[in-house]
Write a protein that binds this ligand. Structure first.
Ligand code: FAD
Length: 130
């Protein structure tokens, strides 16, 4: 048998991919249920994310920046802001949130009609959310 090691960095990249994808796919006019689910997802990061140091820091980040889940744009911008708070803590360059759509917009996730269930991040014309 062998042990697979997943670094804090790989775990982080996988998680940001998930979180920005979710924000990008989030509805423009979310239902109360969707808003509650989005808040619960974020709050759970502060108690369940499998890196203690990250949990502790992220808890203070979301206390200062409560999740903004009223629309797709607000959730995407909020995600950019809190990701930058983590970047800042780690001494990384801050991401220009005006480029959020360039980086994460146009995501399309499938799973029906015979394709493989993956997501496309191509920012195809006409698929932009704003
Ligand atoms: P990442 O920060 O993983 O980003 C992935 C890609 O997202 C980047 O290449 C860039 O294209 C894009 N991006 C970068 N910033 C933004 C932004 N603001 N908005 C939109 N897109 C952006 N690591 C620690 O060592 N200590 C911690 O306390 C810690 N806390 C974390 C808390 C959470 C909730 C998460 C999800 C991760 C945390 N990490 C932490 C991991 C850390 O954030 C990085 O994921 C990891 O260091 C790898 O960084 P990276 O430079 O490859 O890019």
């Amino acid at each position: 048998s062998s042990t697979e090691y997943v670094s804090k960095e790989d775990l982080g990249r996988a998680t940001w991919l998930l979180l920005h994808s979710i924000a990008s796919q989030y509805p423009d006019e979310p239902t109360e249920r969707e808003k509650r689910d989005a808040k619960n997802l974020i709050n759970a990061m502060a108690t369940l994310y499998p890196c203690k140091e990250c949990q502790t820091h992220f808890k203070t980040v979301i206390e200062r920046n409560p999740p903004e889940v009223d629309s797709s744009v607000s959730f995407q911008e909020w995600m950019c802001k809190v990701h930058n708070a983590v970047n800042e803590k780690l001494g990384k360059e801050l991401f220009d949130c005006a480029k959020i759509d360039e980086r994460w917009g146009g995501v399309e996730c499938f799973g029906e009609d015979g394709n493989d269930g993956g997501c496309s991040f191509e920012n195809a014309p006409g698929k932009r959310k704003r």
